[in-house]
Design a protein around this ligand. Structure first.
Ligand SMILES: NC(=O)c1ccc[n+]([C@@H]2O[C@H](COP(=O)([O-])OP(=O)(O)OC[C@H]3O[C@@H](n4cnc5c(N)ncnc54)[C@H](OP(=O)(O)O)[C@@H]3O)[C@@H](O)[C@H]2O)c1
Length: 275
């Protein structure tokens, strides 16, 4: 079974509406080999991603096996009226319908990773989540996704999942706040359980770091921009970063940041810079 290697950077496709296809194509041409989307029409235009993929395959930019595709199952409370499933069905059926619709949007018969977009409660891992997770596992066992993950989770969610004897996810995808030590507690749980931590809003959630004089100096010493220094830092501490840039130069800069090496003492200092 083809299995794209997990790339070092994910290109995020949220909030791009009619520009989703052209920006995703641009990202693939720039060299991104990981795409993050969701079957949540409110924030993502998944079939636009599929359109870009089909153009990229036709133009010889890459093959299906060379791209890591990740999408998500979103509960109804996170959706608008454009649902990817029948709302009267059980959660188990909704997961199957949502993933089938994602595969159709993306023009493929499997994704590399399938995430639960967020647990049903902000506090606890609930029975609903257990049902959804079990349905996602069935999809994985049937080969329609290679790996599973959870997003927007707290340490409590993960600990409750573990206590319930659930299979641990391959990925956690969270908003990464520098003032929380860049999600220190969750990253530590992930390390302990061999889970890959994906961080989003690395730039937008952390303006206080990007503008902090010592941080700007670090970037200058690397001959990099502060944005690039954040992504280089993320990579150094084992965060798989997402970017959703709409700018072709930023796409190149974001990918180039992976070549930057930060000295270990600088990495430590950035980790504690805001919290
Ligand atoms: N699981 C979830 O609930 C969830 C939630 C939010 C996001 N996500 C995923 O994460 C992806 C990324 O979202 P995000 O919140 O991290 O970012 P984002 O909303 O795409 O914003 C990134 C911002 O950083 C700027 N930027 C990027 N590279 C830059 C550079 N090199 N120099 C200067 N500015 C730069 C972009 O501006 P330019 O466009 O001008 O470059 C943009 O304003 C989304 O598309 C989605 O796939 C998931």
């Amino acid at each position: 079974m083809p299995d794209a290697l997990i790339p070092s950077f994910l290109y995020g496709t949220a909030w791009k509406e009619d520009r989703t296809a052209s920006l995703t194509m641009l990202a693939l041409q720039a060299g991104f080999r990981g795409i993050d989307t969701a079957n949540q029409r409110r924030h993502y235009f998944e079939s636009g991603v599929g359109e870009a993929l089909s153009s990229a395959y036709a133009a010889g930019v890459l093959t299906r096996a060379e791209v890591f595709l990740q999408t998500k199952f979103t509960y109804q409370r996170g959706q608008d009226h454009r649902l990817p499933y029948d709302p009267s069905e059980s959660l188990t059926v909704k997961v199957a319908q949502s993933l089938a619709s994602s595969l159709e949007h993306l023009g493929t018969d499997y994704v590399d990773s399938y995430l639960l977009h967020g647990p049903s409660s902000n506090y606890d891992w609930t029975e609903a989540d257990t049902e959804v997770w079990e349905a996602m596992r069935k999809e994985r066992d049937a080969g329609r996704t290679h790996r599973l993950g959870v997003s927007n989770v707290s340490l409590q969610h993960l600990e409750q999942m573990k206590a319930a004897g659930a299979e641990m996810p391959a990925f956690v995808q969270n908003r990464c706040f520098a003032r929380l030590g860049w999600d220190r507690e969750i990253r530590s749980f992930c390390r302990e359980h061999k889970i890959i931590y994906q961080g989003f809003s690395l730039l937008t959630a952390n303006p206080e770091v990007l503008e902090h004089a010592p941080f700007v100096d670090v970037a200058r010493e690397l001959s990099a921009t502060p944005a690039q220094a954040v992504f280089a830092f993320a990579q150094a501490v084992g965060i798989l970063p997402l970017t959703g840039t709409s700018n072709a130069d930023h796409m190149k800069q974001d990918l180039a940041s992976l070549e930057l090496t930060l000295p270990p003492d600088v990495v430590k200092a950035i980790e504690c810079m805001a919290g």
